[in-house]
Design a protein around this ligand. Structure first.
Ligand code: G3P
Ligand code: MG
Length: 355
């Protein structure tokens, strides 16, 4: 009887908490799951496989469509993750679609940056891989680079009319694979008002998905992230140009990323509640969380972001990534509300606290 009462009381109102998981250094290192992540996530579902606790992945990483990332995560973690639960650094780029819908824009980074932008609604987007192929000798080091460009070379004739069209904006969607070429080609675009090899012109807008200086991958110590690439590009651009580089970046720790996560978590909470109560025709109404947990590994990104976002965010720092402090230590500048060893410990704490 008490079990029935507990279940029905859980079902009679939407959950008063939600969780945002960072990915790199918390759930994954490279392509390997860490910290008991799969076990931890399973606890957020009912035995039927339906979602019990609203949660999202709030990552600065990306380079693939949210649907593809959701499928990859579902496979790795063994639970059903929907595309709406994947918030990547570049996800806010879709808000700029009306401004650049039919304009020529260049998409930079690993994975499928142009496919991502096309999915967001940009109609005239080209990857920097394809764009560079349209200008003979734009990258003098290309003949010395051993990696292949076969796949992008296929589209060369179709796309190359764009070398007389001005680029209206550049979007750094994910980590640059070839810094030397991308810095060269971006400087060409930005210095000339979007037409490489022409006279100097007004700098087109430049957007970065995030500004992470470093992140935790599979290698034991941290790797350079998009913020490091931004520093390199900015330093070169400012050395060749009288006006300093202008740019905007999204992602954590920007409070907008946390606000957006809150909105999505509310929608998830309402849909869980709706699914459970649809037969009783109960209206979920507007939903407010008492606590939103951010589980991250990077103090200057995840913890700083949650702190800046304020109420109802509660930050949990793991020791599986960028933060490598000893037991009982916290980050001096951006101390988390709680420090734990792994993501599984974090979920354990949350479930004990909430149920
Ligand atoms: O490139 C990805 C990295 O900068 C951060 O990913 O999941 O730790 O926000 P994440
Ligand atoms: Mg991380």
């Amino acid at each position: 009887f008490s079990t029935i009462c507990q279940i029905s009381s859980q079902q009679s109102k939407p959950p008063s908490f939600g969780i945002a998981f960072d990915i790199d250094g918390v759930v994954l290192r490279g392509t390997r799951t860490i910290g008991g992540a799969a076990r931890a996530l399973r606890r957020l579902y009912y035995g039927s496989g339906d979602l019990k606790v609203p949660f999202v992945f709030l990552t600065n990483g990306g380079g693939v469509r949210e649907a593809k990332r959701a499928a990859e995560l579902s496979e790795l973690l063994g639970v059903k993750i929907s595309p709406s639960q994947v918030l990547q650094g570049h996800s806010p780029f879709k808000q700029l679609v009306n401004r650049f819908k039919n304009e020529l824009v260049v998409a930079v980074g690993k994975g499928e940056p142009a496919v991502v932008m096309t999915e967001y609604g940009f109609k005239n987007v080209i990857s920097i891989d394809e764009y560079a192929l349209c200008f003979d000798n734009i990258d003098p080091l290309a003949p010395h680079k051993k990696w292949g460009t076969m796949e992008v070379a296929v589209n060369r004739t179709r796309k190359c009319s764009i070398n007389s069209e001005r680029v209206q904006a550049a979007f750094v969607v994910s980590d640059s694979v070839d810094w030397s070429r991308d810095i060269q080609v971006l400087c060409d675009i930005l210095r000339t008002g979007g037409l490489p090899a022409s006279e100097e012109g007004l700098q087109p807008p430049l957007y970065f998905a995030h500004d992470d200086l470093k992140y935790q991958g599979a290698f034991p110590s941290e790797r350079f992230g998009m913020g490091a690439f931004r520093i390199a590009l900015e330093s070169v651009f400012n050395s060749i140009h009288t006006e300093a580089l202008k740019y905007t970046f999204y992602g954590k720790p920007n409070p907008v990323a946390f606000k957006n996560a809150e909105v999505v978590l509310k929608q998830l909470a309402s849909s869980i509640y709706h699914d459970l109560n649809v037969e009783n025709h109960v209206n979920s109404g507007s939903h407010d969380f008492q606590t939103l947990y951010m589980i991250g590994d990077n103090p200057v990104v995840d913890i700083k972001g949650a702190q800046q976002a304020g109420n109802p965010w509660f930050s949990i720092l793991t020791r599986t990534g960028v933060f490598k402090g000893n037991h009982d230590s916290n980050h001096p500048e951006f101390p988390a509300n709680l420090v734990v060893d792994t993501v599984e410990d974090a979920v354990d704490f949350i479930m004990r606290n909430e149920y």
